[in-house]
Design a protein around this ligand. Structure first.
Ligand SMILES: Nc1ncnc2c1ncn2[C@@H]1O[C@H](COP(=O)(O)OP(=O)(O)OP(=O)(O)O)[C@@H](O)[C@H]1O
Ligand SMILES: O=P(O)(O)OC[C@H]1O[C@](O)(CO)[C@@H](O)[C@@H]1O
Ligand SMILES: [Mg+2]
Length: 319
């Protein structure tokens, strides 16, 4: 392989830059040229590629986001969009692709693989909703962002005797909500994977209030309801004031943690090694601290369930 391409797609996340850097450095050591497609599949369909050498990827390891930029491009889901991308790859002489992104982007990678393009995927999404990897890139940094915010909110909640509903991201996954609730000692984590009964929660909060515990933190996964609606709907039933905070895109930014920097470096290096070795149509993933490859087909068909151990831990700790 003489020339490969790399792109970042879907929601950006901390660690994408570090993974690009590792992939480029690995490729250069193997005398392989690298180009970066800007704005994910949009750039692939436009043929918007820039050369990536050591200099192009210097000074980016510690920066959040992705310097190649990212996008959601519905056109790539169509056969016409994919054909255009394929023609661009041929015209540019790109022989293999590293695709970094969430479940949607990896579905796109599988489509490229189906068209005969050698491709390796890197799971990168704060949602941690991708199976066959314990952690996706960006999750650890997002969790650290969340716990910083929750700790701050706890200070003001206790000073003012208030209950806060804090809405976190995750799309259909409750991973960010359940882990951050455990890590901050929150009273509740409301997640899409587990039914909850607001009336029962109100009763428990009221009883706590009467015992003198007059503040509470409820972490709500965005896939399990709307923070402001839930805060409004419980305010008359619990005896103390409520407020809602939607953490929003703050969660997705910032310098990657050491965990994400290392994971990104391992994923970036391994993805290029797999491309060169001819192991195509796979995604790199972390399993028991080893970096393994899983066929994209299995990844896309699979489902990421919250670990039983995490759910039990939350239960035992009263979340
Ligand atoms: N079924 C599909 N076939 C081909 N391409 C797809 C498909 N689904 C998604 N993609 C491509 O991947 C892009 C990103 O997908 P999506 O918006 O679902 O984000 P994601 O990669 O899951 O990341 P995140 O969930 O972290 O934001 C889409 O805009 C589209 O270009
Ligand atoms: O950045 P956008 O397009 O508003 O998308 C937000 C979504 O992206 C994510 O941050 C990552 O998939 C989700 O948690 C969230 O629902
Ligand atoms: Mg996704």
């Amino acid at each position: 392989m003489k020339k490969i391409g790399i792109l970042t797609s879907g929601g950006d996340c901390p660690g994408m830059n570090a993974a690009i850097r590792a992939a480029v450095r690995t490729a250069i050591r193997m005398n392989i040229e690298v180009v970066g497609f800007r704005k994910g599949y949009l750039g692939l369909m436009k043929g918007d590629a820039i050369p990536l050498d050591t200099k192009a990827v210097s000074g980016i390891l510690h920066r959040g986001g992705t310097f190649l930029q990212s996008a959601r491009s519905p056109e790539f889901k169509t056969p016409a969009g994919q054909r255009t991308a394929l023609n661009n790859l041929k015209a540019l002489g790109v022989e293999g692709m590293v695709v970094m992104g969430g479940d949607g982007s990896l579905t796109g990678a599988l489509a490229l693989h189906g068209l005969g393009v050698p491709v390796v995927g890197i799971p990168a999404s704060i949602d941690n909703d991708i199976p066959f990897t314990d952690m996706s890139l960006g999750v650890d940094t997002a969790l650290n962002n969340i716990i910083y915010a929750v700790d701050c909110i706890k200070d003001t909640a206790s000073s003012h005797a208030r209950a806060f509903v804090i809405e976190v991201m995750g799309r259909n996954s409750g991973y960010l909500a359940s882990i951050s609730a455990i890590a901050t000692g929150a009273e509740y984590a409301l997640v899409p994977e587990r039914e909850y009964d607001l009336a029962e929660i109100c009763q428990q909060l009221r009883a706590r209030y009467e015992e003198g515990r007059d503040n509470a933190i409820i972490i709500l996964a965005e896939g399990a309801g709307h923070g402001r609606e839930i805060a409004d709907s419980i305010k008359d039933a619990i005896g103390f004031e409520t407020r809602a905070t939607v953490l929003g895109h703050y969660q997705r930014g910032g310098a990657p943690t050491v965990f994400d920097r290392l994971l990104a470096s391992r994923f970036g290096k391994k993805s290029v090694e797999l491309l060169v070795a001819g192991t195509w149509g796979v995604m790199v993933g972390l399993s028991c601290n080893a970096v393994l490859a899983t066929p994209l087909e299995d990844v896309i068909k699979g489902e990421k369930r919250p670990q039983d151990e995490v759910l039990r831990l939350a239960e035992v700790l009263g979340v």
